[in-house]
Design a protein around this ligand. Structure first.
Ligand code: GUN
Ligand code: ZN
Length: 434
């Protein structure tokens, strides 16, 4: 297999900078090297030393650009790509007005194919190498997404979104139908190439207890699958859940009671959590996924990252497209920073970069495989131009250190900041797959 040596500034992590001091768990080299052998990273280190050690390796020199692990988006909805940035609604009205009519269009497999391909190309253009996506209730929407990801050799997580109440007629399945479809799709896709299946009840308001129970039973049969859903995003939603499940202790209990709480569970938003919910999520080792651009765009509230990280919860970062207002994990980091400021904590650039790579990968139980710039990981790599626009360049020129140089790109960057992307050891060519 051919070896390829990437030279540039390199950033990697040896621990969690939310719970340890960022300086103790961050490895930065202003003249680093990353050796790709086949589809994996074989070695990282000093660029000149690696050049001497591997004289036959092909070389790509990125100069002052920053070589990072590819970004990992831990929660998004590919079927909502077409309605991103729709005006003026909060969660329940937004679902009914914009989201459900758009998701109904995915009964057409050709439309699902088109949007799946478009979404993955947009993600890669923005430096995101792994997406964790909800699909629609249509099984073909799942085939479209996994198929498009396989063409690009991308690691993705996805599942059929299940709803058997409080949704339009053409977007409802049944408890048994959701179980049967999910089981068939899971058997078709889970572990195939780089695909991982997530059992996907949309959220407890759109599933009957029977459906939640059926999906909990399915998860018990396939415990190595992930499970993704939404939790405590907006106050009117939480009040609705209380009405629908009068016996539940809290929102999380509407999942727990039906076997839908576990270590491989991914709970999107998790903004307005009660103490019992935080304690249970930590006890079982589940992950909460922070979706900051969505939380401000839909008007949901201020996620309390430090409360949850200090409590020992696993936290990932996500765009939540199209409730989220950007495909960019840079913009998503910026929004996390802004929400942190409103919560009284200025997140360090190391913490933001960790969330967008290692934190999300850990949430997906794929740590060491993706989101990691180190030996043994898959070579999913994103290279950031730290002077991509005049506004960013004039600021980063004055930088005193790498954090000062990187932060303007986090705050003001977008797809123009993505100098290059590698997927499983292959260089991604923009526009190639469109
Ligand atoms: N809650 C249930 N469905 C959705 C969705 O599609 N987006 C967001 N942001 N929240 C949800
Ligand atoms: Zn969502």
């Amino acid at each position: 297999m051919s070896k390829h040596l990437l030279l540039g500034q390199t950033l990697s992590f040896s621990g969690n900078p939310l719970t340890e001091h960022w300086g103790d768990v961050t490895d930065f080299d202003s003249a680093g090297g990353v050796l790709i052998d086949g589809d994996r990273i074989a070695e990282t280190g000093n660029g000149a030393a690696m050049q001497a050690k591997y004289p036959d390796a092909a070389i790509t020199d990125y100069g002052d650009a920053l070589i990072s692990a590819g970004f990992v988006d831990a929660h998004m909805h590919y079927p909502q790509t077409g309605i991103i940035a729709s005006w003026g609604k909060q969660l329940i009205d937004w679902l009914n007005t914009y989201t459900f009519p758009e998701e109904a269009r995915f009964s057409d497999p050709a439309y699902a194919d088109q949007i799946a391909n478009r979404t993955l190309d947009l993600a890669l253009d923005h430096g995101t190498t792994t997406l964790t996506s909800f699909c629609t209730i249509h099984p073909t929407s799942v085939d479209a997404f996994f198929g498009a990801a396989a063409t690009r050799n991308m690691a993705v997580v996805a599942g059929k979104t299940c709803m058997d109440r409080n949704a339009p007629d053409d977007l409802r399945d049944t408890a048994q139908g959701a179980y049967d479809d999910s089981k068939r799709l899971l058997n078709a896709w889970h572990g195939k190439g780089r695909a991982q299946y997530a059992i996907t009840p949309r959220f407890s308001p759109t599933s009957t207890p029977d459906q939640l129970n059926a999906l909990g039973a399915l998860w018990a049969e396939y415990p190595d699958c992930l499970m993704q859903t939404h939790l405590s995003e907006q106050l009117p939603e939480i009040a609705w859940v209380k009405d629908l499940f009068p016996d539940a202790r809290d929102y999380l209990d509407t999942y727990e009671a039906f076997g839908l709480l576990g270590a491989r569970g991914l709970y999107g938003h998790a903004i307005h959590l009660e103490d019992r919910e935080v304690a249970r999520l930590r006890e079982v080792g589940a992950a909460v996924i922070h979706c900051p651009t969505s939380n401000t765009f839909i008007g949901s509230g201020l996620f309390d990252l430090m409360r949850l990280a200090k409590a020992g919860l696993q936290v990932g970062l996500a765009t939540d497209t199209g409730g989220g207002s950007s495909f960019s994990m840079l913009r998503t980091m910026a929004a996390a920073y802004e929400i942190g400021q409103l919560r009284g904590t200025a997140l360090h650039p190391a913490q933001l970069m960790w969330l967008a790579t290692e934190g999300s990968a850990r949430s997906l139980h794929m740590n060491g495989q993706i989101g990691h710039l180190g030996a043994g990981a898959m070579a999913d790599i994103t290279i950031l131009d730290l002077a991509a626009t005049p506004a960013i360049a004039q600021r980063s020129q004055q930088a005193q250190d790498i954090w000062d140089a990187l932060f303007p790109t986090i705050m003001m960057g977008d797809d123009r900041s993505i100098a290059d992307v590698w997927i499983a050891g292959q260089r991604y060519q923009r526009g190639e797959s469109q």
